[in-house]
Ligand binder design. Sequence first.
Ligand SMILES: [Fe+2]
Length: 193
Amino acid sequence: MDYVLPKLDYDYADLEPHYDAQTVELHHIKHHAGYVVGLNNAVTKLKEARESGDFSLVKHWEKELAFHGAGHELHSLFWKNLRKGSDENKAEGKVLEAIEKSFGSYDSFVNQFSSATATVEGSGWGVLASDADGNLQVFTVENHQKAFIPGYKILLVCDVWEHAYYLKYQNRRAEWIENFFKIINWEEVEKRL
Ligand SMILES: [Fe+2]
């Protein structure tokens, strides 16, 4: 079965002014769609290798599978993470409790998440994730698939590949992250906690 590009729960312009419609549209139908194509291609090539018994390129296709597969998963989570923004947007209830338990306070979490995500080398993601006991950690993921602890459940992701913010924010990644916080769908985060 082929992987498909998920539909968004909102229109491209709904995240304005924090996230501009043109970037959201290109990000969705060009960049995310590209990972879906890459993932399906890797799956097909690995199926062909099993059928022919020729595994000479298996290392390449396994890497492609991980790269595009992680890209597809993270983008799918990213879109679910977002909603129409407001300056007062903040975690509430169960998520806020878990954040305060793990990071001391909501502001400490925002500071750690923002600083860590701003300093991802090259392309990558800021990630909030939980272990099996509900202890939260912030991770910085390089590309889509490096520097993460297996077993952690991803709750929230912030895309800091340049394609995610450059049209509106250019080199001002920190400003993108600041605005990202205004459009986080915390109810969706709570569902995954
Ligand atoms: Fe992206």
